[in-house]
Design a protein around this ligand. Structure first.
Ligand code: ATP
Ligand code: MG
Length: 287
């Protein structure tokens, strides 16, 4: 269930490039409230015509995000359909995707990263309580609404974006390319996403954040990625042992052993940044 938005009420202002199966625009939405015209800045995600057979799955992602409300979940206003165009209308988030933000080389402190991880965990906890699987958690799908300034004690603020087209609809190669975010069991049973799959992705995302947005296994050919899972390998552990431990619990090949969100949150809260002695050490990117 979602709100339908009239195409005439939307204007695209600027192209922001492409997503996986989408074209992304910054735009405006016009509403008439109390006889007055209101403009809202929005993000328009237009499904590629080449993937228009996936529209149901795309709408499902929109519906999921518009049914639930949480401060760390992106708000989706609705869907607009115009001819062959299927457009998801969502909240525009000022600083964009977290992976790009980190890769641009902004120096952020360890406590900043920890704040982001806690915010993602709270969104995940909310979803877990509602028994909702997201299915596409990664730093690219974390959007940065506020930068924060560690020197003034203000925290960043992130929102988890929509999952997009479900993995059940994707080709084998696309799923392989999502290694190491996609849980290993999804390769075998792509239409059986569980809450545990999100735990694995959470672990990979935390790894990614603490490695400054460097995608784990970036540039690996699909065959090598597949072998990584087949031989039950793990990402190189963080030098911060408590963090490394949490990540490896989440990225357990046995789904049933992955921790609950309560346990994840408890462990994150017990991480004290001053314990991270090698503050300025660069973490290994890949092995
Ligand atoms: P996927 O389904 O794989 O996540 P997508 O269609 O969501 O694909 P992304 O690659 O996640 O596309 O996003 C493309 C880019 O658009 C991001 O790098 C980000 O900078 C920008 N972007 C996405 N959503 C928003 C948003 N709500 N506000 C601002 N920028 C956004
Ligand atoms: Mg996305």
């Amino acid at each position: 269930q979602f709100h339908m938005i009239k195409y005439e009420d939307l204007t695209s202002v600027k192209s922001l490039g492409q997503g996986s199966f989408t074209r992304i625009f910054k735009g405006c939405k016009t509403d008439i409230r109390d006889g007055e015209k209101h403009l809202t800045e929005v993000l328009l995600k237009e499904l590629d015509v080449a993937h228009k057979n996936c529209w149901e799955s795309f709408f499902e992602a929109a519906s999921l995000m518009s049914q639930i409300s949480h401060k760390h979940l992106l708000h989706v206003y609705g869907i607009s359909v115009h001819g062959v165009k299927n457009i998801m209308v969502q909240e525009f988030v000022k600083y964009g995707a977290l992976d790009l933000y980190l890769k641009r080389g902004r120096s952020v402190s360890v406590s900043w990263k920890l704040d982001v991880a806690k915010q993602l965990a709270s969104a995940l906890n909310f979803l877990e309580e509602k028994n909702i699987v997201h299915g596409n958690i990664c730093a690219k799908n974390l959007l940065l609404a506020r930068e924060g300034d560690p020197s003034q004690g203000s925290s960043p603020f992130v929102k988890l974006s929509d999952p997009g087209i479900s993995v059940a609809m994707l080709g084998k190669d696309v799923i392989l390319d999502r290694i190491p975010w996609v849980a290993p069991e999804v390769l075998e049973f792509p239409d059986n996403l569980t809450l545990e799959c999100d735990k694995w992705s959470f672990g990979a995302t935390v790894w990614e954040i603490f490695n400054n947005g460097n995608a784990p296994l970036r540039g690996w050919v699909l065959e090598r990625k597949r072998r990584f899972y087949e031989s039950f390998q793990q990402l190189p552990p963080s030098q911060w042992t408590e963090l490394a431990d949490l990540i490896s619990q989440c990225m357990d090949y046995q789904a049933a052993f992955r921790p609950s969100c309560r346990s994840i949150i408890r462990q994150l809260n017990s991480l004290i940044t001053s314990d991270y002695v090698i503050l300025h050490a660069t973490e290994p990117v890949t092995q």
